[in-house]
Design a binder for this molecule. Structure first.
Ligand code: GLC
Length: 546
C-alpha cells in the first residue's frame, strides 16, 4: 500500500525508520556515514516496507553533539555530502514511496552559528537577543540551573560581562524564543526545507523551547503551546507534513494538546514515560528502573486509552539516545532472536505510529567499550563527574554499559565483511564485534530472521485496520511475566500475548480467542504453555463467528 502523503493524517498508517547518518553507511571510506550511503540503503528500507525516514541532523555542525549543534540550518555538512546529494535523496526516496523527515534542532544552535558569533560581539548587536543573556560577575552565576550534560547551564563571556544560558553543552547556546525575530528566522529555515520537498520534521527537545531560566523553568514553560501553535501556523503550512516532537516532559494531558486532531500543534510526540527513568530525565545521575511488567502495562494503558480518539501516539523502544531494548528487556545472550521479536510484537499491536531505530530490525545489541573508545560527550562528562564524586571506575562503567548513548550509535551491521560492511576505513565509533552473527545480509533472505519478522509486522499493520482503530485493554494486568492486551472494535478483535521471560509460563487466553487466527508469532506454532519469550497475535472478526 502506498500512502497518499498529501493528505492530513497519512502518518497514522505509516511506519518510520530513524537513520543516524554518522553510523548508517559510509561510501567514501572516511569512517563516517554519509548521504550517498543513505541513498544506497533505500532499497533495503523499501524491502523492509517502511514509509518514511527520520534523518538525524545533517546540517553544518562542529559535531560537538553529533550534529545536534547546528551552525547553518539551511545547509548540508560537507562530512555528509552536498545539497545535491540531499535533493537526490529526497527524489530517490519519493520514487520508492518513502517520505523524508528531517530533525529540527530549534531549542539551541551551535556557538559557531553566525547568529551566536554576532550575538556575542556586543550587547547592542541585532542578534544579541537571539540568545538568553544575564548580567553577572565571573564568580557569581545567575543561578544554579545545571546543564543536561552536567556542569552549570550558564557560561560567562568576559567581553560582555554577561552569561549565556545553555541547557546542553556550552557549545549549544539556547535560542530565545521570546524574540519574534528569532522565531521568524527559524520559520524561514523550516520553509527552506519544506520547499525542497521534505515531508515533515522531528523536533528536538521541543518542550524545552519556552524556558524561564530565572524561575528555573526549563521544560513545559508557560508559553510552550502558544509557541507551538505559531510555529505550526507559520512553518508547517498545509498540514500534510508529519511533525513529531521530542518531549521528555510530556504526560497524557499535554500530549492531547500537542497532537490534537485540529492540527494546531504537531502530529504526535515522543514521550518517555514507558522507558522507566528512575529520576527526572537528563539529571546527571539518572538510570533506568528495572522492568516491572504491571507498571509498564499501566503506563501503556494510560497512553493508549488516553489518546484514543483524542490525539495520536508514537510507538518506539529505541533511538540514538537510548540503550538497545533487546539488551535491556530481552535476553541477547540466550534468546536474542526470540526476545527481539517478542518486544516488536508487544509494540506493533498498539495504536500509534511506529519508529524503528536503525539496526533494531536486525536485533542489534549494546556494546561494552573502554572509556577512551567512547565518543559521546554525555558519557565522558558523566564519567568525570561520577569518578570525581567517588564512584569507582568499575561501577561507572557498568552504568555506562547500561545507559550510555553510544550503545545505540555503533555502526549499522550490513554484512559479515570487515567492519560489518559499514566502511572500508576506520569507523568513527567501533563496530560491535558481533556483526559476524548479526547483519543485514544474513537476515534479509531468511524467513526466520528478526528482519523478516519486522517486515511481516509492518505488512500486517497495513492490512488490518484494527491496528489503527481498536481500543486497547490490558489482559491480566497484574501478571508479572506476560504482557497481554486486546484491541477491540465492533467488528473485530485482536489479542497480543508476550512472554517477557526466558521460562516456560502457563497462560490462559480469553476463551473467545480460542478459534481465532494467529496473524504472527515467533515460534512455528502455538504450544500449550508460552515458551521462552514466545509472542503472538490472534485475530477474529465478528462475522466469522456467526
Ligand atoms: C535531543 C537529542 C540528543 C541531543 C539533545 C540536545 O534529546 O535526541 O541526541 O543530544 O537533544 O540537542
Amino acid at each position: 500500500m502506498n500512502l497518499d502523503q498529501s493528505k492530513w493524517g497519512w502518518w497514522k498508517d505509516a511506519v518510520f525508520y530513524q537513520i543516524y547518518p554518522k553510523s548508517f553507511r559510509d561510501t567514501t571510506g572516511n569512517g563516517v556515514g554519509d548521504l550517498r550511503g543513505v541513498i544506497e540503503g533505500l532499497d533495503y528500507l523499501q524491502q523492509l516496507g517502511v514509509d518514511g525516514i527520520w534523518l538525524s541532523p545533517v546540517c553544518a555542525s562542529p559535531q560537538v553533539d553529533n550534529g545536534y549543534d547546528i551552525s547553518d540550518y539551511c545547509s548540508v555538512d560537507p562530512m555528509f555530502g552536498t545539497m545535491e546529494d540531499m535533493e537526490e535523496l529526497i527524489r530517490e526516496a519519493e520514487k520508492r514511496g518513502i517520505a523524508l523527515i528531517l530533525d529540527l534542532v530549534l531549542n539551541h544552535s551551535s556557538d559557531q552559528h553566525p547568529w551566536f558569533r554576532e550575538a556575542r560581539k556586543s550587547r547592542d548587536n541585532p542578534y544579541h537577543d537571539f540568545y538568553i543573556w544575564r548580567d553577572g560577575d565571573p564568580h557569581q552565576r545567575p543561578n544554579d540551573v545545571c546543564s543536561v550534560f552536567g556542569g552549570p547551564a550558564w557560561t560567562y563571556v568576559p567581553e560582555l560581562g554577561q552569561y549565556y544560558f545553555h541547557q546542553f553543552a556550552p557549545q549549544q547556546p539556547d535560542l530565545n524564543w521570546e524574540n519574534p525575530k528569532l522565531r521568524r528566522a527559524l520559520y524561514d529555515c523550516i520553509l527552506f526545507w519544506v520547499n525542497k520537498g521534505v515531508k515533515g520534521f522531528r523536533l528536538d527537545v521541543i518542550d524545552q523551547i519556552a524556558k524561564e531560566p530565572d524561575r528555573k523553568i526549563t521544560i513545559n514553560g508557560p508559553q510552550l503551546h502558544e509557541f507551538l501553535r505559531e510555529l505550526s501556523k507559520e512553518a508547517f503550512g498545509d498540514k500534510s507534513l508529519v511533525t513529531v516532537g521530542e518531549a521528555w516532559g510530556a504526560d497524557v494531558d499535554r500530549a492531547r494538546l500537542y497532537s490534537a486532531e485540529d492540527a494546531s500543534e504537531l502530529s504526535m510526540v515522543f514521550q518517555f514515560q514507558h522507558m522507566g527513568l528512575d529520576q527526572e530525565p537528563w539529571g546527571p545521575k539518572w538510570l533506568y528502573k528495572p522492568l516491572y511488567l504491571p507498571d509498564l502495562k499501566r503506563c501503556y494503558g494510560q497512553w493508549q486509552q488516553g489518546l484514543h480518539g483524542r490525539g495520536w501516539n508514537s510507538l518506539f523502544l529505541n533511538n540514538h539516545d537510548l540503550p538497545r531494548i533487546v539488551s535491556r528487556w530481552g535476553e541477547p545472550e540466550k534468546y536474542r532472536v526470540e526476545s527481539a521479536k517478542m518486544l516488536a510484537t508487544m509494540l506493533y499491536g498498539m495504536e500509534g505510529t511506529p519508529y524503528i531505530y536503525q539496526g533494531e530490525e536486525l536485533g542489534m545489541t549494546n556494546i561494552r567499550l573502554n572509556i577512551e573508545e567512547y565518543v559521546d560527550l554525555e558519557i565522558h562528562n558523566y564519567y568525570q563527574e561520577a569518578v570525581s564524586n567517588g564512584t569507582s571506575h568499575a561501577e561507572v562503567m557498568e552504568r555506562i554499559y547500561a545507559r550510555g548513548r553510544d550503545n545505540a550509535r555503533t555502526p549499522m551491521q550490513w554484512n559479515g565483511s570487515d567492519n560489518g560492511g559499514f566502511t572500508t576505513g576506520k569507523p568513527w565509533l567501533p563496530v560491535n564485534p558481533n556483526y559476524t552473527d548479526i547483519n543485514a545480509a544474513d537476515q534479509v533472505g531468511d524467513q526466520d530472521s528478526v528482519f523478516s519478522y519486522y517486515r511481516q509486522l509492518i505488512r500486517l499493520r497495513k492490512t488490518y485496520s484494527i491496528f489503527r482503530e481498536g481500543c486497547f485493554t490490558a489482559v491480566d494486568e497484574e501478571n508479572e511475566n506476560v504482557f497481554a492486551y486486546r484491541r477491540d472494535t465492533e467488528w473485530g478483535h485482536l489479542l497480543v500475548v508476550c512472554n517477557f521471560t526466558g521460562k516456560e509460563i502457563a497462560f490462559s487466553i480469553p476463551w473467545e480467542f480460542g478459534t481465532a487466527n494467529r496473524l504472527i508469532g515467533n515460534y512455528k506454532d502455538m504450544g500449550t504453555n508460552l515458551r521462552p519469550y514466545e509472542a503472538y497475535m490472534l485475530f477474529y472478526e465478528e462475522r466469522s463467528k456467526e
